[in-house]
Design a protein around this ligand. Structure first.
Ligand code: NAI
Ligand code: MG
Length: 366
């Protein structure tokens, strides 16, 4: 069988720096575990614009559609602020998400024990936390028509956005959540505002339909999203998989992420429909951006990008065991007190560099 294929788009700023550590880890898996990938590399964002005047070349887009998974670093930077909106680095990433139709955005919120004191919540509330928020990514109020700012009859203006979801849009993201739940702890909590929004009523009915007809073995509960926000900070460990729409998911996933500490730790995945080989279309990327303030200084924490690769191992390549091996290595390194600058508490200490963190993870893998 052909090796699984991986397209690496390192991008801008700290993107190439954190990706360099992932490439070493990919090398380790090939050498030590006999797990090899067909890896290709290309440009995205400002790097692509500098090379050929577009934030994502058509050939790169075509390649992304063919591979089993895309791994992206970060895009953007102050140098590109002057560019026209149509060629801004972010447009490269948006094009990937849109044309690959990546409708399920997976944002884990996992608390590593060694970092529990970094949370804005008490250790006893976040220790052991491991939840997954599935956010619908391609529809809802960010895309619905009509939208715009219009003049009213009294000489003022009004703004309009439309929350619109179809049955199929809800069902497909619900399926992603139930599939995930089966690989985890078999529990899904769906969040909307069915009490005040018709689109919320439909959301609740359709998620329930998918459950009853296709995933009756998974435990399903429903919660109003505002209560969900309260519960996330009150007692986050009550949740396992949360599925919600684009707007609520944007807010709830950022909120959940901060329960666990630094931006430099947070991975993500965006999944689409299954391809001919059964694997979902997939893009993996750290949540953070290109961090221009620390780019080029070897200070960036590569863990978010490393954990994004671990998600690729699990969700695209069905290598859950290898994914766990990598996550355990990260956990060991953190438990040993290895810290990049973003993970230093007020007590201080000496931070390791980006490659120093990569060295430590490789050593822990060995
Ligand atoms: P950012 O995530 O790049 O940085 C925010 C803060 O977190 C900075 O102080 C940065 O140094 C720190 N930080 C981020 N990642 C880190 C890491 N791995 N290790 C240590 N510290 C880290 O967000 P910001 O500053 O709002 O945006 C900077 C640029 O990145 C902009 O051009 C923005 O458009 C772009 N961006 C790109 C994203 C992407 O590629 N998915 C997402 C967010 C922003
Ligand atoms: Mg957000």
């Amino acid at each position: 069988m052909a090796n699984p294929s991986l397209l690496i788009l390192a991008g801008d700023g700290i993107g190439p720096e954190v990706m360099a550590e992932v490439k070493r880890i990919i090398g380790w898996f090939g050498e030590k575990r006999g797990v090899t990938f067909d890896v290709s590399e290309d440009l995205v964002g400002g790097a692509a614009y500098d090379a050929h005047g577009k934030p994502l070349a058509d050939e790169t887009m075509a390649k992304a559609q063919e591979v089993d998974a895309v791994l992206l670093g970060a895009v953007g930077g102050p140098k590109y602020d002057v560019l026209d909106f149509s060629v801004k680095p972010e447009r490269g990433l948006l094009r990937l998400r849109k044309e690959m139709d990546l409708y399920a955005n997976l944002r884990p919120a996992q608390c590593f024990d060694a970092l529990a004191d970094f949370s804005s919540l008490k250790r006893e509330i976040v220790a052991g936390l491991d939840i997954m928020i599935v956010r619908e990514l391609t529809s809802g109020v960010y895309f619905g028509e009509p939208r715009g700012i219009f003049p009213d009859n009294e000489g003022g203006r009004f703004g309009v956005n439309t929350q619109r979801y179809t049955t199929e849009e809800i069902r497909r993201v619900a399926r992603s959540a139930f599939e995930l739940a089966r690989r985890r702890n078999n529990r899904v909590c769906s969040m909307e505002k069915a009490n005040v929004m018709e689109s919320g009523i439909l959301w609740r009915e359709e998620v329930q339909w998918v459950h009853d007809n296709e995933y009756p073995d998974v435990e399903l509960s429903h919660m109003y999203a505002d209560n969900g926000a309260m519960q996330l900070v009150r007692w986050p460990r009550q949740f396992d998989v949360i599925v919600t729409d684009n707007l609520f998911g944007d807010i709830l996933s950022d909120c959940a992420a901060m329960l666990t500490g630094s931006l430099g730790m947070l991975p993500s995945a965006s999944l689409g429909a299954p391809m001919a080989n059964g694997r979902p279309k997939a893009l993996y990327e750290p949540v953070h951006g290109s961090a221009p303030d620390i780019a080029g200084q070897g200070k960036a924490n590569p863990i978010a990008c490393i954990l994004s690769f671990a998600m690729a191992l699990r969700y695209s390549f069905d290598m859950g065991e290898e994914a766990t091996r990598l996550e355990k290595a990260v956990e060991t390194v953190l438990a040993d007190g290895v810290r990049t600058a973003d993970l230093m508490g007020p007590e201080g200490g000496t931070p390791v560099s980006t490659s120093g963190m990569g060295d430590a993870v490789l050593a822990a893998l060995d």
